[in-house]
Each structure stands twice: as C-alpha cells, then as structure tokens.
Design a protein around this ligand. Structure first.
Ligand code: HEM
Length: 355
C-alpha cells in the first residue's frame, strides 16, 4: 500500500501538471489499493488493466438503481450495462486464472486464495465485485474530501504534518535520517500506521460524518413485533425499519455547526460523539458494522500521510485560480457520490524525490 501510494504520487509529481482532481486521481489510487487487497495483483500492477476494469466496474456499479434492485431481471439500459461490465470483468479475471493454471504461477493475493479454496469463477468474480463495491466508493470519495478539507485548513494540515513527521522520525533508523519524509515513511511498521496517526483518523471521521448519506435499513426477521423503546410503537414482524443517518449526523443538538468539517469536535472537552449512544454511525452499528474499517482507516492514513509529506497544496478552480469553495456532498443522494461541482487541488512537490 505504501509503495503503490508513493509511486502514484511520484508519477503525479513528474507528470508536469500542477493541478489534479482528487476525485479522479486519488480515487484511482484507492481503486488500485482496493484491487490489490480484495482482488488480484496482476490487475493492481497494470495501469492498462486498472483503467479498463475501473470503467467496467463503473458500468456495473452505476447501473444499480432502486428500480434495478427491485426488479433485477427487468431488461433496460442499466440491465445491459451491468451485464456488459460484469462480462468484461469476468473474462479479464478468467484470463488471469487460466494463465496461472497454465504456467503454474502462484501469486500472494486474494485471487490465489480463492483459487486454492476451489471456488468457481462465478464465486470469485462475485467476491471481487462485491469487495470493490463495498470498499471503493466510500474510501475513494472520503479520500478526495479529506485532501480538499486539508487544502482549506492550514491549521489541520500543520497538525497532520507534525503527526506524520513524528511517526517517521520515531521509526527511521539513524543511517536513513537524511532521507526525504516520504522515503522515511517506508520504515513505519503496520502497527504504527494503524495506531499512531490519531489526528489523521479524526480528519477521516468528520469527513465520513458529512459524506454518509441516505438511510440505514434493518429488517425485523423475527416472527414477533419489536417494540421501539417506550414509544408504544413497534417494528412489525417482517417489516423494514429505515433510519435516515442525517437525523443524528446533522443534528445541531449533538454536532455543533453540523455542516462544517471540524475534527476538533471529537476531542476533549467537546467530545461531541460521546454525548449519547450511537451518535456516530459512519461505520454502521449493531451486528453488521463495516467489515473493512481497519483497511479503510489504514488506506486513508497512508494516502493522507504521503500526500501531506510530498506536496504543498491548495484549492483551485478548473482554470487553476485559487478558490475558497469546498466541494459538498448532495445530501439528497442515498449513497456516497463524487461531488458536483467537483474540485481541483493545485500542488507543488515539497522535496526532491528519491532518498
Ligand atoms: C471510508 C470508508 C468506508 C466507510 C465510511 C464504510 C461504511 C460502512 C457502513 C456504514 C457499513 C454498514 C452498512 C449498514 O449497516 O447497512 C459498512 C458495511 C460494510 N463495509 Fe464498509 N465502509 C468503508 C470502507 C470499506 C472497505 C474498504 C471495505 C472492504 C474492502 C468495506 C467492507 C464492508 C462490508 C463487507 C460491509 C458489510 C458488513 C456486513 O453486512 O456484515 N467497507 N461499511
């Protein structure tokens, strides 16, 4: 994950461009990291296959609507898009599986694990597509937003950089202390990436609060009505309960100035998310919270740390002119979506690449 990220940012620094759309470039990096973690290394290592499979994956993902969920076999444009995208992903993965079988090549990746388990192609493709759907959208959108918020907030960027420098200093051996900050980050062990960047973690947390849209659904699968506290109301047996997440995340009685990105709201003495149970449900709750939380936090920590280490950056418009306008999520959407209008970051390398 660290070397993919470092390589992607070095390529951006060497691209000759000084402006990027984080909802495109960073989203693509998140796709690569997700493909490496839930899919196959052959695709994660190939820029060409990454580009093609992301386009096919989008066909599958974007054609999933409320109507297609209710009537999955009803032929319409979305149905054919989904079939086409799914078929192209299937054949790409199948080629990799066949080539490994033919040449006896073994690779340390999730695909190999599924092959070794004896799973058939339909299960393998189902696993990879489900993993990408679960893992890409939220992580990709939030990564773009966190970098935009930091571009807008020199104070939080300074906190983040100080934290990243502290962790790099702690783990860099003396003989490597002359290296760039980005190069020194390669010495940071997994445990430290996961537990020693609490400020970066809070940056993600408040972005998730703002980007978690729509409703959570649960079905009462028992054969009795479930009472709702002491309200006298029930969730009838077999019925669905829907909970609009903004009811809590945008509640001004819980979150002061709720539309503002403000990681300090989780710190002493404010502790806004500790005022009552279930005030923060950005990772889900109950029996089915997010299974990818650890991976998602790790991925965010790595991306934010390398970006802050390697670039000075600020918000700009499509023409490259400085702006103060932050991207915002459309709160009428039912799932994380790229913001419209989008956003651009103007960036400049902070240190020469290499050691
Ligand atoms: C910032 C990133 C992420 C956010 C905000 C997020 C959020 C969530 C939420 C709110 C749920 C619960 C949905 C519900 O209760 O109806 C959930 C479930 C889930 N997430 Fe994530 N997620 C993220 C990243 C990931 C990643 C990277 C993966 C895996 C690669 C992943 C895999 C899953 C899975 C498998 C579930 C279903 C768990 C179950 O039903 O038992 N998520 N996620």
């Amino acid at each position: 994950m660290t070397s993919d990220t470092h390589t992607a940012f070095e390529a951006l620094a060497a691209s000759g461009s000084s402006m990027t759309d984080p909802f495109d470039s960073i989203y693509r990096l998140v796709y690569q990291l997700t493909m490496r973690t839930v899919g196959c290394a052959d695709i994660a290592d190939s820029p060409e296959l990454l580009r093609k499979t992301l386009a096919w994956f989008h066909l599958v993902e974007e054609s999933t609507t409320a109507a297609s969920t209710l009537f999955p076999r009803l032929p319409g444009v979305g149905y054919f898009q989904r079939m086409y995208g799914g078929a192209r992903l299937y054949t790409t993965l199948k080629k990799v599986v066949d080539s490994r079988a033919r040449t006896g090549t073994r690779v340390d990746d999730p695909l190999q694990f599924l092959i070794d388990e004896g799973d058939d192609m339909m299960h393998i493709i189902g696993f990879v597509i489900s993993g990408l759907i679960a893992g890409l959208l939220n992580s990709g959108i939030n990564a773009g937003f966190v970098l935009a918020y930091l571009a807008h907030s020199p104070e939080w960027l300074a906190h983040v950089r100080a934290e990243v420098e502290t962790v790099a200093d702690k783990y860099t051996p003396d003989e490597a202390s002359h290296q760039t900050l980005a190069a020194r980050l390669a010495h940071v062990p997994l445990e430290a990436w996961e537990s020693e960047l609490p400020i970066v973690d809070l940056c993600l947390r408040d972005s998730i609060r703002l980007q978690t849209l729509g409703s959570g659904f649960r079905r009462n699968i028992s054969n009795r009505d479930v009472p709702i506290g002491s309200t006298g109301e029930v969730i009838p047996a077999g019925a669905f309960a829907a909970y609009p997440l903004d009811d809590i995340h945008m509640n001004p009685a819980v979150y002061q100035d709720p539309t503002k990105w403000d990681p300090a709201r989780y710190l002493d003495p404010r502790n806004e998310d500790k005022k009552a149970p279930l005030t923060f449900v950005g990772w889900g709750a109950g029996r089915h919270p997010c299974l990818g939380m650890r991976f998602a936090k790790l991925e965010s920590n790595v991306i934010v740390a390398y970006w802050a280490a390697m670039f000075d950056f600020s918000l700009c418009d499509e023409q490259g002119m400085p702006t103060d306008v932050l991207p915002v999520s459309n709160r009428d959407a039912w799932t994380a979506r790229k913001p419209q209008p989008g956003c651009r970051l103007r960036f400049e390398a902070r240190e020469k690449s290499g050691a």
